[in-house]
Design a protein around this ligand. Structure first.
Ligand code: SAH
Ligand code: SF4
Length: 352
């Protein structure tokens, strides 16, 4: 992918300006460009009005800006919106906007498709098409914010990297995007409002823990024992449950932080009381909470959704030992809920 303005850090912008301008370009020009992209959220290089006209024109002629465009937008009856965004190379990826009262959560993708073959997830059926660049990850946030007039105030905004893809298999770009999202001189999102969810790529969890700037960590547990987990998430044959829990135990949490474990409940597969008790045992003494997600169905997914009573009973058992919540599905009717991102056309397909 050719570099785009969105996704560049200050030094990269400075280097670009030096290349484009034969006369020395003052370093404050780089700051002006950086702030125009990430703070003022201009829609093109032509909109950076603090720059001399000539430099603006050079930027426009030489570097793509990198804001994605909307190929399609689906609107759910619960207020959720799913965007199919067109990227520079013609590929498309999905992002979801979930309004909740005064607040907003953006669910963004880290890859086009996903290489991890979880048996309950529609995105897995796409396979991996490619990694997203840092600019394409940040671009999703800038696009949704601009489209919905949410540009000014980031204090009411949460961003979750829970869309298409396994973020820890695209870690360098995810980390660069994180720096751009949380830079107080840039987009200015609080680190506490940015979460990454992983299927459990153990060595990368350790690498993430070593970063000074990083999102909060959520881990898709999804099973209560090794055998079950390997069946549901074949990649975990490589990254064992015991090693995952060990990595969680030694993960350097910040003072304000806890781990989140996600658990997709599949009817008659991993939703029994015995499963719930095993989850409690596995996670004993970890500073964590558990989010239960009753399966969101889709064509080709060979599992059922447990009824609400079963989900509540599972929650009750876990709740005795640690905080446990049921994640409300958002945008089920438009294929925007967890595990449903596969560029579905809701008008053409009926829910399984
Ligand atoms: N790849 C990352 C993040 C994206 S998936 C990960 O797996 O963690 C986001 C969440 O959706 C994960 O917790 C995943 O377990 C869950 N999920 C996947 N398919 C689902 C489905 N069909 N119904 C409900 N949740 C699902
Ligand atoms: Fe990929 Fe996450 Fe879906 Fe698994 S659940 S296939 S890791 S997106």
């Amino acid at each position: 992918m050719s570099p785009t303005l969105i996704g560049m850090e200050s030094e990269e912008i400075a280097a670009l300006l030096r290349k484009l301008s034969p006369s020395p370009t003052p370093s404050f020009r780089a700051t002006q460009v950086y702030q125009a992209i990430y703070q003022q959220r201009v829609a093109s290089a032509g909109g950076i009005l603090t720059l001399p006209r000539e430099l603006r024109a050079k930027l426009e002629a030489n570097v793509p800006f990198g804001l994605p465009t909307a190929a399609q937008c689906f609107q759910s009856s619960d207020g959720t919106q799913r965007y199919l965004l067109r990227l520079e190379d013609g590929k498309s990826v999905e992002s979801v906007l979930m309004p909740e009262g005064e607040r907003y959560t953006f669910c963004i993708s880290s890859q086009v498709g996903c290489p991890v073959n979880c048996q309950f997830c529609l995105t897995a059926l796409l396979g991996l098409e490619r990694n997203l660049t840092a600019g394409e990850i940040v671009g999703q946030v800038l696009f949704i914010a601009a489209r919905n007039g949410l540009s000014a105030d980031v204090s009411k905004l949460n961003v979750v990297m829970m869309g298409q893809g396994e973020p820890l298999l695209n870690l360098p770009n995810v980390l660069k995007a994180t720096r751009l999202l949380v830079d107080p001189d840039g987009i200015g999102l609080s680190e506490r409002r940015l979460t990454l969810s992983t299927s459990g790529i153990v060595p990368k969890i350790e690498e993430l823990g070593r970063q000074a700037v990083r999102p909060k960590l959520a881990i898709s547990l999804n099973a209560s024992n090794e055998e079950q987990r390997q069946k549901l998430m074949p990649i975990t044959r490589k990254y064992h449950l015991k090693d995952l829990v060990d990595a969680c135990r030694s993960y350097p949490l910040r003072t304000w932080e806890h781990l989140t474990f996600e658990y997709v409940l599949l009817k008659d597969v991993n939703d029994t009381d015995a499963d719930a008790r095993r989850v409690v045992k596995l996670l004993a003494n970890l500073h964590c909470k558990v989010n239960l997600i009753a399966l969101n169905p889709g064509p080709g997914i060979p599992y059922g959704t447990p009824n609400p009573e079963r989900v509540a009973a599972f929650q009750q058992i876990i709740k005795r030992s640690m905080p446990c919540f049921i994640r409300k599905p958002r945008g089920l009717d438009i294929y925007a809920a967890c595990g449903q991102l596969k560029r579905m056309e809701p008008d053409l397909v009926t829910l399984a």
